[in-house]
Design a protein around this ligand. Structure first.
Ligand code: B4P
Length: 188
């Protein structure tokens, strides 16, 4: 059973929803950089103050800041983990590779959640978080296309990527993802 996982996909694809379920079922550490940043904003920490305006615009928080958060959580973690929403660009992916090498760990599977823009927009508009208005969502989708989607080729090249159709009920999508944890092979 694969235990070191990374969830990739556009905003609103359901990464957080599925990551939370799977991590609870499998006893994995769930590390959502979005949730961790929102917690810092809520706490009013210096880091949170720095992140708040960037998140409200739908842009990416600085790599150094996000990396410091992830490093502090992964150090000393012997069991399985699920990274949700990180890495978000190639620089973060390279920093993650270096961090994992220093910890003697490696990614076993990257799950790419795929969904049409129209459905993404509807899901996020009905969620209504502070950064879920139409203009900001469209900008987040652009940021995803420009900065995050190059990770698809990166992880496919490493033979780690599997894609999942992210339309359907939470349960059905969860079953599609669970099936990948025990299968060999990747997308070509
Ligand atoms: P995130 O918190 O990662 O959020 P997201 O991509 O918008 O959503 P996700 O795909 O997890 O969807 P969810 O399950 O919530 O990022 C927010 C911001 O944080 C970024 O814009 C950025 O500023 C910052 N950030 C985060 N990580 C960063 C990093 N590494 N570097 C720099 N900046 C970073 O689902 C969405 C909605 O759909 C929910 O309402 C859910 O209930 C619903 N839903 C889920 N599955 C469904 C289904 N099957 N059917 C119907 N509805 C469904």
């Amino acid at each position: 059973m694969k235990q070191r996982l990374l969830f990739l996909g556009p905003p609103g694809a359901g990464k957080g929803t599925q990551a939370q379920r799977l991590a609870a079922e499998q006893g994995l550490l769930h590390l959502s950089t979005g949730d961790l940043l929102r917690a810092e904003v809520e706490a009013g920490s210096e880091l949170g103050r720095e992140a708040k305006a960037v998140m409200a615009r739908g842009e990416l928080v600085s790599d150094a800041l996000v990396l410091a958060i992830v490093r502090s959580r992964l150090e000393g973690q012997d069991g399985g983990w699920l990274l949700d929403g990180f890495p978000r660009n190639l620089a973060q992916a390279e920093a993650l590779d270096a961090l994992l090498a220093s910890l003697g760990q490696s990614i076993e599977l990257v799950v790419l959640m795929e969904l049409d823009d129209g459905v993404l927009l509807q899901r996020l508009l009905s969620r209504g978080r502070a950064d879920d208005n139409e203009e900001v969502i469209r900008h987040r989708l652009e940021v995803y296309r420009e900065q995050t989607s190059p990770l698809i080729a990166h992880y496919r090249g490493l033979g780690l990527l599997q894609s999942v159709e992210a339309a359907g009920t939470v349960e059905v999508i969860g079953e599609r993802i669970a099936a990948l944890l025990t299968t060999q092979g990747t997308d070509s």
